[in-house]
Ligand binder design. Sequence first.
Ligand SMILES: NC(=O)c1ccc[n+]([C@@H]2O[C@H](COP(=O)([O-])OP(=O)(O)OC[C@H]3O[C@@H](n4cnc5c(N)ncnc54)[C@H](O)[C@@H]3O)[C@@H](O)[C@H]2O)c1
Length: 318
Amino acid sequence: MKKEKILIIGANGQIGSVLTDVLKLQYGSDHVIPSDIRVPEKKDQLFERLDVLDKNQLATLVNKHNITQIYHLAAILSAKGELHPQWAWDVNMNSLFNVLELAKEKSIQLFFPSSIAVFGKEAPKNQTPQYAPLTPTTVYGISKVAGENWCQYYHDKYGVDVRSIRYPGIIGYQSLPGGGTTDYAVEIYHAAVKGEAYTSFLSENTTLPMIYMDDAIKATIAIMEAPQEQIKIRTSYNLSGMSFSPIEIAQSIQQHYPDFKVSYAPDFREAIAQSWPSSIDDSAARADWGWKASVDLNMMTSDMIKNLKMKYLSTVSA
Ligand SMILES: NC(=O)c1ccc[n+]([C@@H]2O[C@H](COP(=O)([O-])OP(=O)(O)OC[C@H]3O[C@@H](n4cnc5c(N)ncnc54)[C@H](O)[C@@H]3O)[C@@H](O)[C@H]2O)c1
């Protein structure tokens, strides 16, 4: 087992809950401290309730567990952020400052997740390059652009070893999404497996970059474990998995459930999606630290359906 002592902030969320389990397998259960402002139903023995906006509480926790690495996943996501812009800015920025300051003082290695939401209408929509203009339309995107730049600042000025990925929309069977614009791509599988029809809040041809949870976790751990000299970008790396629209995911699901019905009722999230890229050029991540996605749409559909069926079956029989 590896020696790091890892704090996960936002461990009760869509990514954090899965990342916690994978890191525990790789580093040993007693090397991973999950924390969140919300206490999960099934609490890990080492779970710590933490409001990351409370600097003192964060420092106490880091000292108590001799933390050497932090995955800072807590944030207010794109759709929720548009409903409460000032709160989203406050949480997303002040949490990052607290974590960056501590990383500086204690030489802690830090992971900061950015997003495709950093791009706006001025960026090329297809194969959006690493250094496209960053003119986001959401408070969430603005906070991620600012966050990326602060990460670079702390790296350049104070030598903080902070690493970051611009995640596409993440899809997994293990957990539910927390208020983003790509949530439909998880909800649609749950509806199909439960035998229900689904109404998409994005229109049928809105194509977005997405990634399967397994690939997202693989990328997250790979960038953290890469040798320092391979990390040449200290804002955030573009990352690509796959790209599809609601109608394409529906068709992929209909290969398993031919009677599955999908209708389209775009809401305010459609405008957010329209401002984002359709596909991402991740050649820098490939060249610098060997990134390569391995799951495509149909592979993901088979795996999601297989696992959700088991999940619902065990809930019914429990
Ligand atoms: N899920 C995606 O598709 C996606 C895509 C791009 C980027 N990201 C980024 O990845 C990170 C994790 O995303 P997620 O989907 O798991 O989000 P999520 O909303 O599912 O989870 C975030 C977690 O943070 C916790 N949290 C919120 N405020 C907190 C606070 N003050 N103190 C401690 N914990 C707090 C929440 O309780 C929640 O469990 C975020 O930074 C998000 O911006 C996610």
